[in-house]
Ligand binder design. Sequence first.
Ligand code: PLP
Ligand code: COI
Length: 361
Amino acid sequence: MSDLTFEIQSHPAPRTAEERAALMANPGFGKVFTDHMVVARYTAGRGWHDARIQAREAIPLDPASAVLHYAQEIFEGLKAYRTADGGAALFRPDANARRFRHSAERLAIPPFPEDAFVDAVRKLVEIDRAWIPDTPDGSLYLRPFMIATEAFLGVRPASEYLFITIASAVGSYFKDPNSTVTVWVSEHYTRAAPGGTGAAKCGGNYAASLAPQSEAAAQGCEQVVFLDAVERRYIEELGGMNVFFVFEDGTLVTPPLSDSILHGITRDSVITLAREAGLTVKEEPYTIDAWRTDVREDRLTEAFACGTAAVITPIGTVKGREESFTIGNGKAGPVAQRLRSLLVDIQRGNTNDAHGWFQKI
Ligand code: PLP
Ligand code: COI
């Protein structure tokens, strides 16, 4: 247990209920921020200190801060949900705390204590609970992150860091939550290589995904499918979500975890729920050629993306430089829909949770 406790400093005053309601009427994703943020500092030799919950505000940064030059940064993404009784709940925050520690290790950042991570997130949800949307697709997206703040231009791990958690009232990540997405198979760009940072949730991975993401958008696609960096054949994941394939016999396939794939908490939850529902789930390599052929020969009936932001989003069409193909009739399939209901019902406390994933606030 860490002895980090968060002092509350709530000035200036939070926005009024009317201001909040206007902002939350149509929040989209990642644009509407709450009144508070959690902050803690790290100094080499002293450890983590000055933990507090304060009014959300801009942060002063020295222009030589290491994060601005060498991208020594990591982040997390998790959601708080409004429950039917008007309460609030988190989904597996301990898993995010663990992954945050692993990301810290890969980026040579001093780990943030896992219990303090969960405490920070809980306290922020408590103080900003009025910002949790009560719409079916709405939630409070929590974004803990850490940055290297030491003013030093030599290349080595910094000696000073800032831990911050901000929160954003969100609707669905994709414009139409009831539709499927079209994905672009990136042939030129890869996301992560063996031995690289693909399994860490660090900003650099996302910076590198923006050019392929722009290429995808220019082709009318919402997400990029990244192939492995060695053979350029195996499907790894999408720019911001993991991927599953559903076969006509009900078997699910998802790429196996490696150091070039983000170890998604939704992915892990879907595997568990699918197995409990009697489906066979295989974590095994799957190639882009097999995907094309299995669709053409009607062996593959569905594919879906999953992640905290995306929840479970069915993939309708796959586009590449040479050709494109549509999965089934291009609409959401029954397996993705069923798994989504199983997951969302646990997240929102509508069903009994046998796994200890649902954590009431
Ligand atoms: N893969 C990438 C690259 C992501 O950014 C995310 C989102 O966090 C995921 C997968 C899914 O992870 P999780 O389910 O933990 O949100
Ligand atoms: C998340 O799902 O939490 C992510 O970080 C993905 C990003 C596309 C928002």
